[in-house]
Design a binder for this molecule. Structure first.
Ligand code: G6P
Length: 613
């Protein structure tokens, strides 16, 4: 995690860097810092806490300079205090570095440097790296770029770094391995950042820096890229398609609620050019290009983390139902470290909003090395996972800023559903009648979500009742079991209330012991699927005086009469209920967190893009 940003050009760097940090704050917000070169000074300012704390701290200081680097931190090594905040100085204070990632062999490197008289003021792995760069630079008498290159050859781990040097006001040296880095090219200026959001305001010309590449941003000169193995590379300039308004709150109090409300549009965007409403047909370029592989696949392995893993579970239900291909859904962090059986005729689908999650990226690499065909379902265009897969589909949900994933989840489920349907159609494992019906229904989901969003005030009102709760249970069956998991995760993430998602029928194998009149139980009970069985589960909760919040289909009376509160969703086919049922659960978590006064967009200890394992 951590966000890095840099600027060199004709403008004042400070405001650009601060704005960039605010855009990247979703990546971590334990501390923030900035380094600016002005006259002959290398000024470094750091503060524990958020970017606003840094701004307060730096306000009265010398913040002049047209070159600088800045960092917002999600702590890995060392407490999140001011000392451990980035940028870090080298011993002589001539060099300053920002770093996103982990230097795994930092302890060995540190011991070696200590023998040469280096001392350390922080507990971070990053300080070790900048000391190593300085040591190499001085002892080998080489320039900064070469020193960075030689140092990185000794490093084991992941990094996106940027380094500046006192007395070198025309140069930033940056490099990456495992952590993202993008360079923006403006008029007589360069930007660098962990993603394109700090850059879009100034230029739409970017270069995504590749694995183990070092880039030099030099005033008045073209970009130079070479690998740490010293191979020269030609920068590949790309056009950004993102717009600035996508990165702003647009009148909403939080990004999360903005993103929840965007879902009618984002799902239409996910389907645009793919679902043909006139012909009730689906086209997915990623599938068409690799049709034979999908048709021959003996097995699909889905790998993902967090919310994306929940989307993967829904994908499993859909692919197995319509395409009749066995699907396994794996946490990337487990998959990459056990010895999974992966065959060349397996398809591995990696799902990731950010496209940067370290464990998912590593799972992709592992599967690739075993010869499997890798298909990515990602949201951030140009991110690492889509660049490392054989093919894939973007979810097109637009930038998701709120740390708790909402619109990316429903977009992932939409893409997986389209994929399941199209494979099924081509294989003949779904009837034409069912196919047409589901495609017809899928195209109507955005309108149905608009109906659900109208209940926002009702949900906000009854959410107040539940702020007392210490625990929640979420229940669902079939396609809605993963939705229960996702609903529970949303609540945990942003309101800090402990919540468990369970398959409804499993309740009697344990969680039923927890039910009392204190325990809110959220039950997803649409009229399709195993409705009667869920009704029996609700009776069991009622008998033990649990508080029932149900998600039911419009017109339902049985479950709503048994419930303390009900949220109504429009009718649809069973496989599409998750796209509707997820919405009230997002709203419920959001409103409970707001009433509790929690920081909804930046919940404690979390980060949106987990680029460390
Ligand atoms: C973090 C985020 C989650 C996300 C997960 C996987 O934990 O807070 O919202 O689901 O990472 O991220 P990815 O970008 O791979 O979907």
């Amino acid at each position: 995690m951590c966000g890095i940003v840099g600027y060199i050009g004709t403008k004042q760097a400070y405001p650009i860097l601060i704005k960039g940090l605010r855009r990247l704050e979703y990546r971590g917000y334990d501390s923030a810092g900035i380094a600016l070169l002005h006259n002959d000074n290398l000024n470094v300012y750091k503060a524990k806490g958020k970017v606003s704390d840094l701004v307060q701290f730096a306000e009265q200081k010398d913040i002049e300079g047209t070159i600088g680097i800045a960092h917002t931190r999600w702590a890995t090594h060392g407490e999140p205090n001011q000392v451990n905040a980035h940028p870090h100085f080298s011993q002589s204070e001539e060099l300053a570095i920002i770093h996103n990632g982990i230097i795994e062999n930092y302890a060995v490197l540190k011991e070696g440097l200590k023998k040469h008289g280096y001392t350390f003021s922080s507990d971070t792995d990053t300080e070790v790296l900048i000391q190593l760069i300085e040591f190499i630079k001085k002892s080998n008498k080489v320039d900064l770029t070469t020193a960075v290159q030689l140092a990185l050859n000794q490093v084991v781990g992941a990094y996106a770094i940027a380094v500046i040097e006192k007395g070198q006001p025309d140069l930033i040296v940056a490099a990456r391995k495992g952590s993202p880095l993008v360079v923006g090219i403006g008029e007589d200026e360069y930007f660098l950042a962990s993603d394109a959001t700090p850059i879009i305001e100034y230029t739409n010309k970017v270069v995504y820096i590749g694995e183990e590449e070092i880039v030099t941003l030099e005033r008045g000169k073209g970009l130079k890229i070479r690998t740490i193995g010293n191979v020269e590379k030609t920068p590949e300039v790309m056009q950004l398609e993102m717009t600035l308004s996508q990165l702003e709150k647009g009148g909403y109090p939080h990004f999360m609620i903005k993103e929840i409300n965007e879902q009618p549009k984002t799902l239409s965007d996910s389907m645009r050019g793919r679902v043909n409403i006139d012909e009730n047909n689906i086209t997915l370029a990623g599938f068409i290009d690799n049709k034979e592989k999908f048709l021959k696949a003996k097995r699909i392995i889905i790998t993902a983390c967090g919310t994306s893993w929940h989307a993967g579970l829904i994908g499993k239900y859909a692919i197995e139902e319509f395409a009749r291909i066995p699907v396994e859904v794996e946490y990337s962090s487990e998959f990459r470290y056990r010895k999974p059986v992966i065959n060349p005729d397996d398809i591995v689908i990696a799902i990731s909003q950010s496209g940067e999650t370290a464990d998912t990226l590593a799972a992709v690499e592992l599967a690739k090395s075993k010869g499997a065909f890798i298909f990515g379902i990602c949201n951030v265009v140009g991110s690492s996972i889509p660049r490392n897969t054989h093919s894939g589909c973007y979810t097109h949900a637009g930038p998701e800023i709120g740390v708790a994933s909402t619109k990316a989840f429903t977009a992932q489920v939409t893409v997986l559903t389209m994929l399941a349907l199209i494979i099924g159609k081509e294989k003949g494992t779904i009837s034409q009648e069912d196919y047409l019906k589901i495609v017809y229904e899928l195209a109507r989901i955005p309108e149905k979500i608009k109906e659900i969003l109208k209940q926002d005030k009702v949900i906000a009102e009854f959410s107040k009742t539940f702020t007392y709760a210490q625990n929640f249970i979420y229940l669902g069956r079939g396609y809605n079991f993963p939705v229960a998991l996702e609903g529970a995760l949303k609540l945990k993430e942003i309101s800090y209330i402990h919540a468990e998602g369970y398959p409804a029928a499993e309740m009697k194998h344990g969680p039923i012991a927890l039910i009392s009149q204190e325990m809110p139980v959220v039950v997803i009970a649409p009229s399709v699927g195993m409705y009667e069985k869920v009704v029996s589960n609700i009776q069991e909760i009622k008998a033990r005086k649990g508080k029932i919040i149900s998600i039911v289909t419009e017109g339902d009376v049985v479950v709503s009469n048994l419930s303390d509160y009900s949220i109504f969703i429009p009718d649809t086919v069973e496989c599409l209920v998750p796209l509707l049922a997820a919405i009230p659960l997002q709203l419920l978590a959001y409103h409970i967190a707001v009433v509790k006064g929690c920081d909804v967009d930046q919940p404690r200890n979390l980060a949106k893009s987990v680029t460390v394992e």
